[in-house]
Design a protein around this ligand. Structure first.
Ligand code: ADP
Length: 620
């Protein structure tokens, strides 16, 4: 029985659509290749819908056919077509869904862009929810042949030259699904070439969950790995996938596969690279996460899914809870996106915690590579501070070079009565270690964190405390004059001699220091500089000065070790002659040497000159 075929009917586009089409046909584009992504993603949607319908509905046309997308190209005639055997469209779909602009304001926005004489970004067309019409970037006329999925459905041909109107006529002999055909404009004829189509597919649609054929050949898409069951994925597959998305030649250090259902739904496969990129701390240090919506690629290097300090993570996030044509602005502000972000951060921190306990060696490698970035989270992500702090690592006076301690271990090792977590900073570990202010702590076996990574210097002072113990720079720590020091008292200058010598120091150094005090922290050095109560430690000051040319640090307190033989000699000399020129010179040299050790002596030459003089005297 043959059905009567209805004549073609002509439909005017609505006014706004006409304007849009006019623009699409007469503008210049960046990323015109986006049309392919849009067509493939529409086909993929249609295939997803039929896949779902087949579960519950027996009345389906071509029910046994394997779901697939077929691309036909003809280089000679510059033609292109995409066909799917998805859900198809009926008459109403063709007039309503295919013929309207989804979001108002789209046309105005594009018109303004064009007025400014700018090229229109093809990606925007997709983002405005008019994906299908993006193909008017690359063609002047389109034919859509489609048939809905019911066994008794009618097939239609929809045609339009994208100007005033479209026509719909019935056609016989179509199978289920939709085929979209057109001739490419001359300037875009390369899309009828095999390599161009393949590379565009690879870029935008590589993880589409249905086979894509170009002619008879199946384009080797990777498929949506993250949608497979975890148990079915071999570790090599994760490695290959990592290499593919990251461009890294090495396998990742670790990976996790998340399947989140509930408040927000998403799947993610995340990787920690084995090596850090050259520019770990710079703004554009490479790709981070790729965002997919329902297996359709939306954005690579999405800057919003993860906070800055976790940007070393590579991988893919795929959610059902964002619209497909999501714009960057929407990604930032959408509640779904915020939920995804919160969950991801929590999962990543738990993952790192697991690595740190189960594979401490791996964790150390991770920390060496990414610690400088990661630790910034301890001061920037207040909500997760409690999870981040135990993951921090430090070199200390109890670790070998390049080995770490964590804060909990530090707390366990704290001496009875120790109330603070001590740290000292320096440009290198060995310079931090040779700080004279350490002497007291070493002698009394207090562990001190040795900070030489610039990120430490900027984070640790702001950590405030861990489990009730304050972080304190050793040159600001209060030193308790305990039993230990009592015995030393015997060797010290007596009170009177000490007070008058300190007086001479003050007189000679004048405005240079905030104060001069008798030291109880020094063991082997005669003098040291320490920070006043309200100032930063010296390394921190230097970092500040590097960032701000006008920065001047606060004055320091000079501490004098009155049990040191050199200081005792000076005292003896002073009782004989208070105005002794050698005494004056010696005090100035001592001050300069304390500055030198701190790394803050502006002109070392003068000190060296004095040193030669001393040597000359000593050897004469
Ligand atoms: P969007 O995909 O954002 O809805 P489009 O302009 O790309 O916007 O598509 C409009 C509508 O046309 C789709 O929502 C869908 O209903 C229909 N459509 C487009 N392509 C196909 C296809 N290959 N199969 C079935 N329906 C399609």
């Amino acid at each position: 029985m043959t059905k009567e075929i209805r004549n073609a009917t002509k439909h005017e586009f609505k006014a706004e659509m006409k304007q849009l089409l006019h623009l699409l046909i007469h503008s210049l584009y960046t990323h015109p290749e986006v049309f392919l992504r849009e067509l493939i993603s529409n086909s993929s949607d249609a295939l997803n819908k039929i896949r779902f319908k087949k579960l519950t509905d027996a009345n389906i046309l071509d029910s046994d056919a394997g779901l697939r997308i077929k691309i036909e190209i003809d280089k000679e005639n510059q033609t292109f077509s995409v066909a799917d055997n998805g859900i198809g469209m009926n008459y109403e779909d063709l007039t309503n869904k295919l013929g309207t602009v989804a979001s108002s304001g789209t046309v105005e926005f594009l018109q303004n862009l064009q007025k400014d004489g700018k090229k229109i970004d093809g990606d925007m067309i997709g983002q405005f929810g008019v994906g299908f019409y993006s193909l008017f970037m690359v063609t002047d006329a389109v034919v859509v042949e489609t048939r809905a999925s019911e066994k008794d459905s009618t097939g239609y041909r929809w045609t339009s030259n994208g100007e005033e109107s479209f026509e719909i006529e019935e056609v016989e002999g179509l199978g289920r699904g939709t085929k979209i055909s057109f001739k490419l404009k001359d300037e875009y004829k390369e899309f009828s070439e095999d390599w161009k189509v393949k590379s565009t597919l690879k870029k935008y649609s590589n993880f589409i969950d249905f086979p894509v054929f170009i002619g008879e050949e199946e384009a080797n898409t990777v498929g949506a790995l993250w949608h497979k069951k975890k148990a079915d994925i071999k570790s090599e597959e994760y490695d290959e996938f990592y290499k593919f998305i990251s461009g890294d030649f090495n396998p990742p250090m670790g990976s996790i596969h998340l399947e989140i259902e509930g408040n927000v739904n998403f799947k993610a496969v995340l990787f920690i690279p084995e090596k850090a990129p050259e520019q770990l701390l710079s703004q554009d240090q490479g790709k981070t996460l790729d965002l997919y919506v329902n297996r359709v690629f939306i954005q690579d290097d999405n800057k919003e899914i993860l906070p800055d300090y976790l940007k070393f993570i590579r991988g893919v996030v795929d959610t059902e809870d964002l619209p497909l044509n999501v714009s960057r602005e929407v990604t930032q502000s959408s509640p779904a996106m915020r939920r995804i972000k919160n969950i991801l951060v929590g999962k990543i921190l738990t993952w790192l915690k697991e690595i740190s306990t189960e594979k401490p060696d791996d964790y150390n490698i991770f920390y060496k590579n990414f610690g400088p970035l990661f630790k910034l989270g301890s001061t920037s992500d207040y909500e997760n501070k409690d999870k981040i702090m135990p993951l921090l690592r430090f070199e200390s006076t109890r670790t070998k070079p390049q080995e770490y301690t964590d804060l909990d271990t530090y707390l366990e090792r704290m001496k009875e009565g120790q109330e603070e977590i001590y740290f000292v900073s320096g440009p290198t570990r060995s310079q931090a270690e040779s700080n004279p202010n350490l002497e007291y702590f070493l002698k009394n076996e207090f562990e001190v964190l040795l900070l030489s990574d610039p990120s430490d210097v900027f984070t640790v002072p702001y950590l405030m405390e861990y489990k009730g113990k304050k972080f304190t720079a050793i040159d600001k720590a209060e030193i308790k004059d305990e039993e230990e020091n009592k015995s030393k008292d015997d060797k010290k200058l007596d009170k009177e001699a000490s007070a008058s010598l300190i007086g001479v120091f003050k007189e000679i150094l004048g405005e240079k220091t905030e104060d001069v005090l008798e030291s109880s922290r020094l063991v082997d050095s005669p003098v040291t500089l320490v920070s006043g109560k309200n100032s930063m430690d010296s390394h921190m000051e230097k970092m500040m000065a590097m960032m701000d040319k006008n920065f001047t640090g606060a004055k320091k307190v000079l501490e004098v070790n009155t049990s040191h033989p050199l200081i005792k000699n000076l005292s003896a000399k002073y009782t004989k002659n208070g105005n002794n020129i050698d005494l004056r010179q010696a005090i100035e040299s001592l001050y300069d040497s304390a500055l030198l050790i701190e790394g803050n002596l502006e002109n070392p030459n003068a000190l060296i000159k004095k040193m030669y003089e001393y040597m000359q005297k000593a050897t004469s």
